[in-house]
Design a binder for this molecule. Structure first.
Ligand code: ADP
Ligand code: ADP
Length: 228
């Protein structure tokens, strides 16, 4: 089963008195587990809208979205939030880490906020967090807080935090916009390695056309439509 399946998604926003703005104009897309897909396109073409629809943050005006075999269009808001926590990891432009928490605690936070989490769950989260930090060469920084980390290290923490719950789908919005070229290339390559290791389907919005060779496929969004 595809990790993400979007069928004929249309997303309209109210525009002016009676008009509508079509941010997505009939988008269909399948992402298979372990695939790494880049999405490029001009500003305002609908890239963020597609990420938001895929994440279940916005319900499309029409069309369906299925994540890991479950159709999310039609679920309640609470059900979508629960599914997002399990099956969807999200990475934004800026690593939005919490200043007072160590690298390891950033990764463990979700479990600690979960009232139903048992001691065994917390223990499992701790070993998973350490495993992921080791995977991105940050085991030695596990007890450091964001201000003690470099920009690239913070982005690596941000990336593995999104993988904590072993999601089927990873949605990434311009992960390199705050980094220099060398670190950007490293982050794009790392996302590819993690995608294959974890068998997650990764969809990454980027403006960096020079890094597209690291991905399996590039989609171009133009006026709310996807072109391969
Ligand atoms: P991109 O991510 O490619 O820059 P967006 O998905 O952010 O494009 O936007 C697509 C179109 O939808 C743009 O015309 C944008 O102005 C419009 N849009 C995005 N979000 C909203 C919103 N919340 N309300 C109204 N229009 C929006
Ligand atoms: P990006 O270039 O990263 O896609 P944008 O500047 O297009 O970012 O959009 C940033 C945020 O503002 C998004 O959450 C988008 O939905 C919202 N947004 C974009 N255009 C509009 C708009 N015309 N009206 C309201 N919200 C908008």
């Amino acid at each position: 089963t595809p990790a993400l399946s979007v069928r004929d998604a249309v997303l309209e926003y109210p525009d002016g008195d009676n008009g509508v703005l079509r941010a997505l104009d009939g988008v269909s897309l399948d992402l298979l587990p372990g695939s790494y897909t880049a999405m490029v396109g001009p500003s305002g073409s609908g890239k963020s809208s597609l990420l938001a629809v895929a994440a279940g943050l916005i319900t499309p005006t029409s069309g369906t979205v299925t994540v890991a075999g479950r159709e999310i269009t039609g679920l309640t808001r609470g059900e979508r939030t629960a599914l997002r926590g399990k099956e969807i990891g999200m990475i934004f432009q800026q690593p939005n880490l919490i200043a007072s928490l160590t690298a390891r605690e950033q990764l463990e936070l979700t479990v600690h906020l979960d009232e139903d989490a048992t001691r065994a769950d917390k223990k499992a989260a701790r070993s998973r967090a350490m495993e992921l930090l080791e995977r991105v060469d940050l085991a030695g920084q596990a007890d450091q807080r964001p201000h003690q980390l470099s920009g690239g290290q913070r982005q690596r923490v941000n990336i593995v935090r999104a993988l904590m719950a072993s999601p089927a789908l990873l949605l990434v919005d311009e992960p390199t916009s705050a980094l220099d070229r060398e670190r950007s290339a490293a982050v794009v390559a790392l996302l590819g390695e993690l995608t294959r290791d974890a068998g997650v389907a990764t969809l990454m919005v980027t403006h960096d056309h020079e890094f597209l060779s690291a991905t399996d496929r590039t989609l171009t969004m133009v006026d709310g439509r996807l072109q391969d």
